[in-house]
Design a protein around this ligand. Structure first.
Ligand SMILES: [Zn+2]
Length: 141
């Protein structure tokens, strides 16, 4: 993941120059055609579609429950596990499988253990965008 969240965030994946398979995270050997040395780093994951989601009712250490866990199919192909951005209220019916999603970068969780640890998350893409800043704090949405 690029370190600077002020730029349009993206994930760093690999694309095979031989068979065009895209993987995330980066891999040195293509998992599809097994060639070595064909993988090139590319920026992926700015947008995708929600494949499935669930609400976790029990929080692991460093997280607050409930929170969303989701799988997102990136436009480039890979299906990734992800958390959902804090701007998205954790309620049934907020997320719908198949809906377009976009990448944001924000703290892993609003807890002492994880508030300084930035990670990628996804939020519904078609929510009104009142601000270009995806990483603002304060929750005044
Ligand atoms: Zn390949």
């Amino acid at each position: 993941m690029p370190a600077d969240p002020r730029q349009s965030p993206s994930l760093l994946g690999s694309r095979c120059g031989a068979c065009a398979t895209v993987v995330f995270p980066t891999m040195p050997v293509c998992p599809a055609c097994r060639r070595n040395g064909t993988m090139q780093e590319i920026e992926i994951g700015r947008t995708g579609r929600l494949f499935s989601h669930t609400i976790a009712r029990v929080a692991p250490k460093g997280f607050k429950a409930p929170f969303f866990q989701a799988f997102v199919d990136l436009d480039e192909g890979p299906r990734i596990f992800t958390l959902v951005g804090a701007q998205c209220p954790v309620e049934d019916g907020v997320l719908e499988d198949g809906m377009p999603m976009r990448l944001v970068v924000e703290p892993m969780a609003d807890t002492p253990e994880n508030k300084d640890l930035l990670t990628y998350k996804y939020v519904p893409a078609d929510r009104p965008r009142g601000s270009k800043a995806v990483n603002r704090r304060g929750g005044n949405a």
